[in-house]
Design a protein around this ligand. Structure first.
Ligand code: 5AD
Ligand code: SF4
Length: 482
C-alpha cells in the first residue's frame, strides 16, 4: 500500500534512482514543483481530469493515474475543460475508438482557450500503430501518448511533458513487459470498495479479441503483494474488493511458487475486516471444481459469477477459439448451480461473429433460456485489425441486427424472471450511495450484484444492512431496512 510518502524530503539535486517505485516517487516530487509553479503563475490550483473508457481494469488504471495527478498537486475534477486531461482508452470494440476521436475534437477547442492545457492519451487503443499514426497526423495538439505497459511510469512521463520545450508530442509505447511495479499512489473512487489487479494480460487469443495484443502476456502478481494491498485497503475502511484479471481462473500459473486462484481466495478470506470478495472475469474453460467448492464454502465471496459465453453454438465457439462446447458450458453451469443454488450468473455475448448464421443465434438463445442469466452484456461483433477473425468472412449487417434483437430480448426475459425470484426476501446490501434520482433513498448492492433502493440515512454509506426486497422493478428492487 501507499506508505505516506513525504515528497518534500526527496533530494532533487541527486539524479533519479533506477529502482522502482522510488524512481517514480522522485519524479512525483519533481512534478510537484512544476505544478506549484503553475499555481503561482495562474493564481489558482491547477485542475486535472481523468476520463476512463472501457473495463474494470481500465477503471483501476485510471485510479492510479488520478493518484499520481493528485500527488503532484492537481485538484481532480470531472470537467474535461481542465489544465491536464488524460483519456484512458479502450479498443475492444471500434465504437470505443470513435468516441475518443470525437472527444479529442472537443478538447482541441478547450486548449485553444487555455494554452497551458496539457492533453494525454493512454491505454489499450494506444497500443495500435494505426491509432498513433492517425493522432500524429490529425490531432497534433496532444502532448503525451503512452500505452498499457508503462503506465507505472506516468510520473516520469509527466515530468517529460513539463520539461518539453516545443519538441512536440511525446510518444512512449512499449510492445510488452513482464514488469509489475508495486506501491504507486492510487486515488480510489469509493472509500468502501476497491478493485485490485491480481494479474495482467491474457494468453487466450480468442479470435475476435484484441486484448492479448494490447495488454500483452499473462502475468500474475505475487499473493504476498495482493494480500498486503488488501490489508492496507481494509485498514483504510474498504469492506468489499473486486479481484481483477482478464482470466482470473488461470491466476498464479507463472509464479515462482504457483498457487491456484481458489487458494488465493482462501487466503484473502482470512483477512479480518474484509466483508465481501468479488472477482472478474472467469473463463469457462479454466473454472475448476476447487473454485466452485471454495465459493460454496465461503462466507465472503459474493453470490455472483460473470461467466462469458460469447456464443451458444459449438461451431462458432470453435472458430472463436474459446476451447469449450455448448454442452461443456451448460454442464459447468449445472454444476455451479447445484453447488451454489443462490448464485447469480451473468455473461457476455457477441452477435455477428464471422460465419454466424441464424441457426447459430438460436443456439445462443437456447443457452440463454437454459442458463437463465441474471444479466448479460450483448455486443455486436466489431472487427479488430490484427485479430484472426478480421480476415474471416463478415456477416451482413441486417442479419447481425436481427440476431442481436433476438438475443437481447431473450436476455431481458430471463433477467426479469431471475430478478423477481427474491421478491419479499430479506437480504444483506452494501450501501453504496445516495440514489441518483431520489435523494431520500439509498442505493445498495446485494451479494448477487442486484441493486436495491430504500429509505435511509446517508451515514450508512459503506455499511452492510439488511433490506427487505419489497417490489421488483425489472432489474432492481425497492425495499426497506429491517
Ligand atoms: N467485438 C465485440 N465484442 C467483443 N468483445 C471482445 N472483443 C470483441 C469484439 N471484437 C467482448 C467480449 C468480451 C467483452 C469484454 O467484450 O464479449 O467478453
Ligand atoms: Fe479477450 Fe478471450 Fe482474453 Fe477475454 S479471454 S481478454 S475475450 S482473448
Amino acid at each position: 500500500m501507499i506508505q505516506n510518502i513525504d515528497y518534500s524530503k526527496i533530494d532533487l539535486t541527486l539524479p533519479p534512482p533506477a529502482k522502482e517505485p522510488d524512481r517514480q516517487y522522485y519524479f512525483i516530487a519533481k512534478c510537484r514543483q512544476q505544478v506549484e509553479a503553475f499555481a503561482r503563475e495562474w493564481g489558482r490550483v491547477p485542475k486535472a481530469c481523468v476520463v476512463n473508457y472501457g473495463c474494470q481494469m481500465n477503471a483501476r488504471d485510471s485510479e492510479k493515474l488520478a493518484g499520481v495527478l493528485e500527488s503532484v498537486g492537481y485538484e481532480l475534477t470531472e470537467d474535461e475543460n481542465a489544465d491536464f486531461v488524460i483519456f484512458n482508452t479502450c479498443t475492444v470494440r471500434d465504437n470505443a475508438n470513435q468516441r475518443v476521436y470525437g472527444r479529442l475534437g472537443v478538447l482541441n477547442g478547450y486548449k485553444r482557450r487555455n494554452p497551458g492545457m496539457k492533453i494525454a492519451l493512454c491505454g489499450c487503443m494506444m497500443q495500435e500503430n494505426s491509432v498513433i499514426e492517425k493522432i500524429r497526423e490529425s490531432y497534433r495538439f496532444v502532448d503525451l501518448i503512452f500505452g498499457t505497459h508503462n503506465l507505472y511510469k506516468f510520473a516520469e512521463l509527466l515530468d517529460s511533458v513539463f520539461g518539453n520545450r516545443g519538441q512536440g508530442m511525446i510518444i512512449d509505447i512499449w510492445k510488452d513487459t513482464d514488469r509489475i511495479v508495486e506501491d504507486l499512489p492510487v486515488e480510489r473512487k469509493y472509500p468502501y470498495k476497491s478493485g485490485i489487479n491480481i494479474m495482467f494480460g491474457c494468453n487466450n487469443f480468442c479470435s475476435y479479441c484484441i486484448v492479448p495484443y494490447v495488454r500483452g502476456r499473462e502475468r500474475s502478481r505475487s499473493p504476498k503483494d495482493i494480500l498486503r494491498e488488501i490489508e492496507g485497503l481494509v485498514a483504510e475502511g474498504v469492506v468489499e474488493i473486486m479481484l481483477l484479471g482478464q482470466n482470473v481462473n488461470s491466476y498464479g500459473k507463472g509464479l515462482e511458487d504457483p498457487i491456484t486462484f481458489a487458494q488465493l481466495l482462501q487466503e484473502i478470506e482470512k483477512i479480518e475486516g474484509l466483508k465481501r470478495i468479488r472477482f472478474m472475469t472467469s473463463h469457462p474453460k479454466d473454472l475448476s471444481d476447487e473454485l466452485i467448492a471454495v465459493m460454496r464454502d465461503s462466507k465472503k465471496i459474493c453470490r455472483h459469477l460473470h461467466l462469458p459465453l460469447q456464443s451458444g453454438s459449438t461451431r462458432i465457439l470453435q472458430a472463436m477459439n474459446r476451447r469449450y462446447t455448448k454442452e461443456q458450458y451448460l454442464k459447468l453451469v449445472e454444476k455451479i448451480r447445484r453447488e451454489i443454488p443462490d448464485i447469480a450468473i451473468t455473461t457476455d455475448i457477441i452477435v455477428g461473429f464471422p460465419g454466424e448464421t441464424m441457426e447459430d443465434v438460436e443456439e445462443t438463445i437456447d443457452v440463454i433460456r437454459k442458463v437463465k442469466y441474471d444479466n448479460a452484456f450483448t455486443f455486436i461483433y466489431s472487427r479488430r485489425t490484427g485479430t484472426p477473425a478480421a480476415a474471416m468472412e463478415q456477416v451482413p449487417e441486417e442479419q447481425v441486427k436481427a440476431g442481436f434483437d433476438r438475443v437481447l430480448k431473450a436476455v431481458q426475459d430471463t433477467a426479469r424472471e431471475q430478478a423477481a425470484k427474491y421478491q419479499g426476501c430479506v437480504m444483506e446490501a452494501l450501501v453504496e450511495e445516495i440514489n441518483e434520482h431520489d435523494p431520500s433513498l439509498l442505493t445498495g448492492r446485494l451479494s448477487n450484484n442486484t441493486l436495491v433502493h430504500f429509505p435511509g440515512d446517508p451515514s450508512l454509506i459503506g455499511s452492510l444492512v439488511q433490506v427487505c426486497l419489497e417490489e421488483c422493478r425489472g432489474f432492481y428492487y425497492l425495499g426497506h431496512m429491517v
